[in-house]
Ligand binder design. Structure first.
Ligand code: FE
Ligand code: FE
Ligand code: ZN
Length: 295
């Protein structure tokens, strides 16, 4: 398998002055073949007008480098919560923010938006799932793009929903627009939620039996700072956490995941992005225990 056959990248920033052009340049500097970005700050819902984001320049550079923009991923801001059944105003806000994000995703030429399912805020997972499915139905009824929403598997912090494959399946089943939904599997999150990610084949088999591998649109490749089942959601650099290099390497090269973008969301080390080295190691299969000292 050559490097260009592997769909691997990291999250990159979308910052001025070059915005999307800068995002593409950043991804290329890591040797990535795809990437993920937020169309504004992940922590808030303020969004700069699409016209100011140098999208055409970025898309031209993608084309010149043979990168398939259909595999580039957008991540929705994580402050929204369509699963909160206790606050009508927040439900409406979440809905409108996601409708706007779908349009923005399409404006970049992308077709997948990753969404954290949200938190049931004490009302129970069943109620949260029902609320989110209603939110998604209202979103898709008012959206005319063909962008799919990939529900991310969550670690189980607080009252999060989507913490196991059954809950993700229940959200999809409760939504009327099933074709518009898919899944983002995050290795750190499923490990923290209690799954044995080191058994990669077993994990994918379970995913296939419960949700169906045809629904898998993105894999987030992160090591974890905490032991299995800790419900913490703290990402670690590749090979420095409780999951380990060889398991994450298996995800990158797994035959069932060839066409699925694999995205790193590991932390900066000494304020520097680790992605160039992490991508290289995950492609080559050589883990250098001192790599963080050389970035
Ligand atoms: Fe996420
Ligand atoms: Fe993630
Ligand atoms: Zn996370």
């Amino acid at each position: 398998m050559t490097k260009n056959d592997i769909l691997i990248g990291s999250h990159v920033s979308l910052a001025g002055p070059d915005f999307y052009l800068g995002s593409v340049q950043e991804a290329l500097s890591y040797g990535a073949t795809t990437f993920m970005f937020y169309t504004g700050a992940p922590q808030n819902t303020y969004r700069k007008p699409i016209e100011e984001l140098k999208i055409e320049e970025g898309r031209k550079l993608l084309q010149e480098n043979g990168i398939n923009e259909d595999k580039i991923i957008v991540h929705a801001p994580y402050v929204i919560n369509g699963a909160n059944s206790t606050r009508e105003d927040l439900f409406e806000l979440s809905k409108n923010v996601i409708i706007n994000e779908l349009q923005r995703t399409a404006a970049f030429g992308c077709s997948t938006l990753v969404l954290h399912p949200g938190a049931h805020v004490g009302q129970g997972a069943e109620k949260g799932i029902e609320c989110l499915a209603k939110c998604l139905d209202e979103i898709f009824a008012n959206d005319h793009t063909n962008v799919r929403i990939a529900l991310e598997t969550m670690a189980g912090k607080g009252t999060e929903i989507g913490v196991n494959f059954e809950q993700i399946k229940a959200i999809i089943d409760a939504c009327h627009y099933k074709d518009r939904l898919g899944v983002c599997l995050d290795t750190c999150h499923v490990h923290d939620a209690g799954y044995d990610v080191n058994d990669v084949d077993g994990l994918l088999k379970q995913f296939d039996e419960i949700i169906g591998l045809d629904k898998l649109l993105v894999v987030h490749i992160n090591d974890s700072k905490n032991p299995r089942g800790a419900k913490k959601d703290r990402h670690e650099n590749i090979g420095f956490g409780y999951i380990g290099f060889s398991t994450l390497y298996k995800f990158i090269h797994h035959p069932l995941l060839v066409n699925i973008p694999k995205i790193l969301e590991t932390p900066y080390y000494n304020e520097k992005p680790p992605y160039k080295q992490e991508i290289k190691m995950l492609i080559d299969g050589q883990f250098d225990t001192n790599w963080r000292d050389n970035i």
